[in-house]
Design a protein. Sequence first.
Length: 384
Amino acid sequence: MKKQWTWIMILCVFNFTLMGFILTHPTSKKQDAKIVEKEEKKSFTFVGVGDNLYHNTQYMCQEQNEYYNFDSYYEMTNKYTQKADLAYINFETLCIGEEYGLSGYPTFNGPTEILSSVNKAGFDWWSLSSNHSMDRGVEGLLKQIELVRENYPDVITTGSHTSKKDRNRTLVKEINGIKVGFLGYTYGLNGFVLPEDKPWLVDLIDKEQMKKDMEALSKVSDIQLVSMHWGDEYQTYPNDEQQDLANYLNELGAEVVIGSHPHVIQPAKIIKGKKQDTLVYYSLGNYTSTQDVDERMVGGMASFTVNYDPNTKKTSFTNTKFIPLITWFDAGYSTWKTYSIEDYNDSIASTHRLSGEYDMSKEWVQQYVQSVMQDSEGIEVVLE
């Protein structure tokens, strides 16, 4: 009996000692903490296109119809834009309807139905800052923002605002667990001047303001995407200011810069920085327009996957591509479509309105794109 009690006492002492070791041993705690702290890497897919530029011929062909419909203008690229986690487009043209007078160059305004078609096509980041933002004055731009926010509340808009408070808010959207921040700027407003009592209406390129914006946005987002309306029209290479601003945005911490305004494509580049790399598409050209010159019929689609490691706070890019797009319209100016290089062929080219004046063949497009993009290290230029 005494032996039995002795063994019971020994076992109790051993159990209490073991429990104390488990509860207090520092190595065990650290190992558990490491397991809890480690998070899985996250990613999202992105596509972006250039200028949504509407001349009056693009809607005059529908004036005999009961209502406007522009769905077909985007249908050939839906397979990219509707599948991406985030799809971007630049609104070169206000679309506030007949009440404000429909018109093409030099002051643009298209039917409101364009907004519906762009939304259906899957574009969910719209840049509303360009040199044409003020083509219908303060009232017109405020109307544009109102239409988008009331009818398409899930769409992200950058570059123009309804108030000082609206201007100062940080725009962040969580995509697949990544907090993505958005900004957008334009070089100017075609001679229009922002009212003294509404300096917040459009975001103009200003390094000091951009720095403040990036600092505020970086505090509440994991990565930052910036739309830049910049450069020289019809020039296929970025000017010194574009390159300087791209490097500056890299220093400020931006991961992606999407460029527009030149109406032709420009090279893409990955800028290696101390804080992070910045993927820059200097110009994606036109998505749709009636600018009847061969080079202005060729636009581009930015396509890539953003990878974010929450443990290291580092961002990387995979499947990084530049996909050529071709704006096509028929001889009677009655039908518009935008094709990717994959779907474009010489049969389609032969029916292009410009085929009598220019070589619109697939081979010409391939050679032209290759000559502009050159050796874009780390970015695949898709030619088939």
